[in-house]
Design a protein around this ligand. Structure first.
Ligand code: PLP
Length: 273
């Protein structure tokens, strides 16, 4: 695997970043995960715009989009895969130990690995830990994802592929790496960004294309919803057939099936912006 690290391509085994990089020592960094199909990044402009929004939220200098595009092109070229997960990581760079950011600029790392297509349906669990919709990091795609790692491990233990969080007001928020939609009486709803969820790129497209409504929802809506589905860069639109112990039948409900169809038709591989 060839990785872009601070200005050039390196073999994964030789790629180096300082052990005092602020992204590593305190999680002072941001990232984007972009899907590539046959080397074409999907919705790259939207991802770069969100990278800039996250940088501003963290007080990092704006990332240079031209440089990131060059890095993406080089990495995609060097790692031919049919379906790829491209990861752009941008951090506070080399810093003294402690919480202050140093004056050593930023670090940019771009890597790509091959992935397989996600199944059309999946199981999810709910977790008691909360997303803080009023926190400084709400809605930012930061590298401080350890809580997501813990929640996802819990989901895996229970045979699920995703864990859904409430926010501090016990309202439905999002998954560890996905946004959540519910169908009630034929209408599609998803929590608003004010719930503390990430403004998912797939979520925005699904809202635009299906007319889903942004609705503040209680957690127990998951016990009543006729259908539930997830959206994310790597899942696209994915039906949920089990929430905790509740099985949903059919595995892919009619409204979800339609959303999946619409998404597949409209999200051409090269959608950009
Ligand atoms: N929520 C979180 C916490 C995420 O990390 C992600 C994606 O990585 C999403 C939602 C879905 O966002 P997108 O559709 O842009 O992949």
């Amino acid at each position: 695997m060839r990785i872009w690290v601070n200005g050039g391509l390196r073999d994964a085994d030789d790629a180096r970043l300082s052990v005092l990089d602020h992204g590593l020592t305190v999680g002072d960094g941001i990232f984007e995960t972009v899907r590539t199909s046959e080397g074409r990044p999907f919705a790259l402009t939207r991802h770069l715009d969100r990278l800039t929004r996250s940088a501003r939220g963290l007080g990092l200098p704006d990332p240079d989009h031209d440089e990131v595009r060059r890095a993406v092109a080089a990495v995609v070229d060097a790692n031919p895969v049919a379906l790829g997960r491209l990861r752009i990581t941008y951090t506070g760079g080399l810093s003294p130990l402690g919480s202050d950011r140093g004056d050593h600029g930023t670090s940019l790392v771009v890597a790509l690995d091959g992935v397989s297509r996600r199944p059309d349906t999946t199981a999810v669990i709910t977790v008691p830990w909360t997303r803080n919709e009023r926190g400084a990091l709400a809605g930012l795609k930061t590298t401080s994802y350890a809580e997501n790692v813990v929640a996802l491990a819990r989901a895996r233990e229970r045979g699920a592929s995703e864990a859904l969080f409430p926010n501090t007001a016990d309202r439905l928020c999002e998954g560890t790496g996905s946004n959540v939609f519910v169908v009630l009486g034929g209408r599609i709803h998803t929590p608003p960004v004010a719930s503390g969820c990430l403004a998912g790129i797939t979520r925005a497209l699904a809202v635009e294309w299906t007319g889903a409504e942004e609705t503040d929802l209680p957690m127990d809506v998951l016990a009543e919803a006729d259908e539930v589905f997830l959206t994310s860069t790597l899942r696209d639109v994915q039906a949920v057939h089990r929430v905790d112990d509740r099985e949903l039948t059919p595995e892919i409900g009619p409204v979800t099936a339609k959303a999946m169809r619409i998404f597949a038709e409209r999200a051409g591989d090269d959608l950009d912006p």
